[in-house]
Design a protein around this ligand. Structure first.
Ligand code: BGC
Length: 344
């Protein structure tokens, strides 16, 4: 049985008031903000019974308002990168703001992570909705989007839905940073990871997929059997993992399959991720640099967390061989991701 409660958290000038929704089961306590549909915290027990918050974030609303790293947020309209911020839909070229090297990332300067969503209570959770106007951040069509978070015992489910008045690319994900030792622990080198993917997408030096779908076999990106993140990071070129893993073809938008598992043996905490999305971006917080003052005044440094962003493949709007990311008028965009927290 999950208890759901709501309280006001503060006000953002120009945006209005922001609430915290608290979902509490016998296993987990989860806090959701109406700003950015942000997962502010997930508290779960280790094998010694000790509760820890395993999600990075900020103590106050101001932290989230000025955040540039998408801590906990739902990102959209299009999560991840679009090469040169440019794409053509139905013969028309669109140019987005460039906000990541030469590319566009995570929905633009004022993406869904910076909006205050409308919230209503549902059985075991909260449904957040947002209307993104035609032309928002350069994207076509008015888009109605919702994210519904529900909690059942040790599983937090996120269901995403959208409809558009014009054909538009869409790719929604949640950008939570996790450290299963507890948020603020120095690094994730003692975590073990496995990802159920035969292939990954190599990227160019601006992190845009080259178009090749490469087998993980025989590469440092092979995570089919669990590996220690600290050891594996020494094998991976560049600052760390920041790559899309190609999952098996989804059956339908509501049927998830296993995507990833992360285990922190010292505390016994395990996170299992399943999704109906075509991919998962595994990111080892390579660009956190200690400059963020997080919850409890703790500093978040390089490799102090991991993200498993379930999503469509990056730059899909420009790469014909990638899974289709276009939402047409009259169609429903929908998918589901489940996060299950257990112990071993
Ligand atoms: C990207 C990273 C980026 C991070 C924060 C991740 O989804 O893959 O390259 O630094 O988001 O924007």
């Amino acid at each position: 049985m999950t208890q759901v409660s709501r309280q006001q958290w503060g006000k953002v000038s120009g945006l209005g008031s922001v609430d915290i929704w608290v979902l509490q089961s016998s296993q987990l306590k989860v806090e959701i903000l109406t700003l950015g549909a942000i997962i502010r915290s997930v508290c779960c027990r280790g094998k010694d019974g000790q509760m820890e918050d395993v999600v990075l974030g900020y103590d106050d609303l101001e932290g989230y308002v000025s955040d540039k790293r998408y801590l906990g947020a739902v990102v959209g309209r299009v999560a991840n990168r679009i090469a040169q911020g440019r794409f053509v839909v139905e013969g028309k070229e669109y140019q987005l703001d460039i906000n990541n090297g030469p590319n566009a990332i995570h929905g633009g300067l004022w993406g869904f992570n910076k909006a205050v969503w409308l919230a209503t209570g549902v059985e075991g959770g909260v449904k957040l909705t947002l209307t993104s106007p035609d032309g928002d951040q350069g994207y076509p069509g008015e888009v109605e989007v919702s994210v519904t978070y529900t909690l059942q015992e040790e599983t937090l489910t996120a269901e995403y839905q959208a409809r558009s008045t014009k054909t538009t690319p869409i790719n929604l994900t949640n950008h939570s940073y996790f450290n299963l030792a507890g948020q603020g622990a120095e690094d994730i080198y003692d975590h073990q990871v496995s990802i159920s993917a035969q292939n990954f997408l190599p990227v160019d030096d601006t992190s845009i997929p080259t178009g090749e779908i490469r087998a993980v076999e025989g590469t440092p990106f092979d995570l089919r059997k669990q590996v220690l993140i600290g050891t594996q990071l020494k094998e991976v070129p560049g600052p760390g993992f920041d790559h899309n893993y190609c999952l098996s073809l989804p059956k339908d938008p509501w049927t998830e399959r296993h995507a990833a598992r992360v285990c922190h043996s010292a505390s016994g905490r395990v996170l299992e991720v399943s999704t109906s999305q075509p991919g998962v971006q595994f990111y080892t917080a390579n660009f956190l640099d200690g400059s963020i003052s997080g919850k409890g005044g703790l500093k978040y440094g390089k490799h102090s967390a991991f993200c498993l962003e379930t999503q469509n493949w990056p730059d899909a709007v420009n790469q014909a061989s990638f899974p289709d990311c276009l939402l047409h008028p009259g169609e429903d965009y929908q998918h589901v991701t489940r996060l299950t927290f257990t112990t071993v």
